[in-house]
Write a new protein. Structure first.
Ligand code: ATP
Length: 583
């Protein structure tokens, strides 16, 4: 029944009961106090119909005109007989009074119960209504999206594939005592297909998909967000197996700062705590996986990233040229594409486009073609759509990032990759790319050193050389006056490593074996000056060595950079091949 009607009916019943109570009180008003003499007088006049006797100090009775009275009890022997002789009905007071009082109490208690029912029914309704506001707790059943709807992002797809088996056969893992991930965080720039991937997990596993956004849980009123979280998980548990997707997790899971910015954080903290408690609370082998998405992994509270919570972090990056071609092909499948359309060329033109932007581009082209009624999407529709689409994006997102910027990135990253191969061939360079990601604003060269317990002085120096190689490549190719800000992160890291070498590890000649931190703690501060000179000299020497190496191998450097400008991403095999051929 509709909640409104329920309230109306219950209110009506309460009012009715109160009316009955009032009527009953009216029919049984308080008796009128009369003197004993007046009572005797009324008896003589035959005005008294009934008298209730009791052991109390007073007696009650009813007069002919139905008025009730109360008077003193003479408590004398033969009083009852006197009354009976005077034709007065005599009854025991107890029965009547108890009956009257019982009726009054019953009506009152009845009213209170009904009112309590009304109030208590209303409260949870209001509460659950609150938790429903603005939050879609209805799961999407029978999700149609599958891994085949995702182009590119193959590493990410590969990482989540085992989740499907986990959702479907949790016992298989629990039998081995394995704890499967409860939470996975997908992080990367907007529009790269994080939602799509989460949905595909649900689609492939054939389980319901609960999609909410972190901002749905951030409320002005303390406690509401937490209640919503509990509601979400309660619903999800009813589905047994499912995927819960929390988009924009940073809205509720930002690093806590101990409430420094006032009370505004109370609500977020409570909401985050509720999420953590719920995640720890569900049975890990039930087959529920929580997938969260964010553009900024580094802003998330550490508590969220601990084991047992969101302990898997999967990067979803911007697509490189091959992935862009695949995405364009995927979104062309259901469209009539004219044979003059060159998707490969388009893939090259759309550097830094996300999957969503590529999908949008194809959609715009389809709209233009439909408007013109040409029956097919032609190259000119795509060209027009391309400019419409990039005009709508912020400058930093534009594919029109200048050619010179791409060249700088390509040489910078080639420098890192080549020097890694030259000075630390045991390190793996699993990927070099000029596509920006959270790992590097321009591009990045992924350098994975082998796992070691101890690092030699030489390893640390080589590490610094690799870090300096980006800046050095820029200087060699573009000249000393054209070096860029692109090396700022590298210089920061290189300085950190070097400071450790001088200050903590006793690895430089003039610092000797002194630990600078201990000196500083003991008030010996004059060492600061030679410390900076020492560190600077070390860096200069290492840089000189990098410069020598890169100048000697300039031809290889140029070849890697040129390949990067075409391919955008090189894996280790391609890199090795290029170095081998160019050397
Ligand atoms: P946001 O961070 O803004 O929430 P997102 O990373 O979750 O974005 P989605 O919403 O999943 O991105 O992507 C939007 C649309 O872009 C998808 O529905 C799909 O059409 C298209 N898309 C994005 N990436 C891909 C991809 N790798 N393959 C195919 N289509 C993609």
């Amino acid at each position: 029944m509709n909640q409104k009607y329920k309230i109306i009916i219950v209110s009506a019943v309460v009012i009715l009961l109160l009316l009955v109570y009032g009527f009953w009180q009216h029919r049984n008003p308080e008796p009128e106090r009369i003197s004993y003499n007046q009572f005797l007088h009324e008896v003589q006049k035959n005005n008294v119909v009934k008298v209730y006797l009791n052991q109390e100090e007073t007696i009650q009775g009813i007069l002919k005109d139905n008025r009730r009275f109360i008077t003193d009890n003479p408590r004398k022997e033969g009083f009852k007989e006197e009354l009976l002789k005077a034709d007065v009905i005599v009854d025991e007071m107890k029965n009547q009074e108890m009956f009257n009082q019982a009726i009054s109490y019953l009506i009152l208690i009845g009213s209170i119960i009904v009112m309590f029912f009304l109030v208590s029914k209303k409260a949870p309704q209001v509460q659950s209504k609150k938790s429903k506001v603005g939050i879609n707790i209805k799961p999407e059943e029978g999700v149609k999206v599958s891994f085949s709807d995702i182009a590119g992002n193959q590493e990410a797809v590969h990482s989540v594939k085992e989740l499907i088996d986990f959702i479907n056969n949790p016992e298989k893992y629990s039998n081995y005592g394995a704890r499967m991930p409860r939470g996975v965080i997908l992080y990367g720039p907007p529009g790269t297909g994080k939602t799509l991937l989460a949905k595909a997990i649900a689609g492939e596993a054939g389980v319901p998909f609960y999609a909410v956004s972190g901002s749905d849980f951030v409320q002005v009123y303390v406690g509401v967000g937490a209640a919503r979280i509990r509601e979400l998980f309660k619903r999800a548990r009813q589905s047994e197996k499912c995927v819960i997707f929390i988009d924009e997790i940073d809205a509720l899971g930002k690093k806590r700062d101990g409430g420094l910015d006032g009370g505004g954080n109370d609500e977020r903290d409570q909401t985050l705590n509720a999420l953590l408690a719920e995640m720890s609370g569900f049975n890990e082998n039930q087959g529920i996986v929580v997938v969260a998405a964010t553009n900024r992994l580094d802003t998330l509270d550490e508590a969220l990233l601990r084991p047992g919570r969101f302990d898997r972090h999967i990067e979803i990056g911007l697509p490189d040229v091959k992935a862009r071609l695949k995405i364009l092909e995927l979104h062309s499948k259901n469209k009539p594409i004219h044979e003059d359309v060159d998707l490969e060329k388009l893939a090259h033109q759309t550097v830094y486009f996300s999957g969503a932007q590529l999908e949008n581009l194809m959609n715009e082209a389809a709209i233009l073609a439909a408007k013109n009624g040409k029956g097919m999407i032609q190259q000119q529709d795509i060209d027009k759509a391309f400019y419409t689409v990039i005009a709508g994006y912020e400058k930093k997102d534009r594919s029109a990032i200048s050619h010179i910027d791409r060249m700088i990135t390509a040489y910078h990253e080639s420098g890192h990759a080549l020097v890694t191969k030259l000075v630390a061939p045991e390190n793996r360079v699993s990927k070099v790319t000029i596509i920006p990601s959270t790992k590097g604003a321009g591009g990045f060269s992924m350098n994975i050193p082998p796992n070691r317990m101890y690092y030699k002085k030489k390893d640390m120096e080589n590490n610094i050389k690799i870090m300096l190689a980006g800046r050095c490549a820029e200087e060699i190719i573009f000249g000393k006056d054209n070096i860029t800000t692109g090396a700022s992160n590298d210089l920061e890291k290189a300085t950190e490593v070097l400071i450790d070498m001088v200050r903590r590890f006793g690895m430089t000649d003039s610092s000797g074996l002194l630990n600078y931190d201990v000196l500083y703690k003991n008030g010996i501060k004059q060492v600061q000056d030679n410390f900076i000179d020492e560190a600077k000299k070390c860096l200069d020497d290492l840089y000189a060595n990098v410069k020598y190496l890169l100048e000697k191998n300039k031809k290889v450097l140029v070849t890697i950079a040129e390949s990067l400008l075409v391919e955008e991403t090189l894996d280790e095999e391609q890199l090795d091949q290029i170095i081998k051929n160019a050397a």
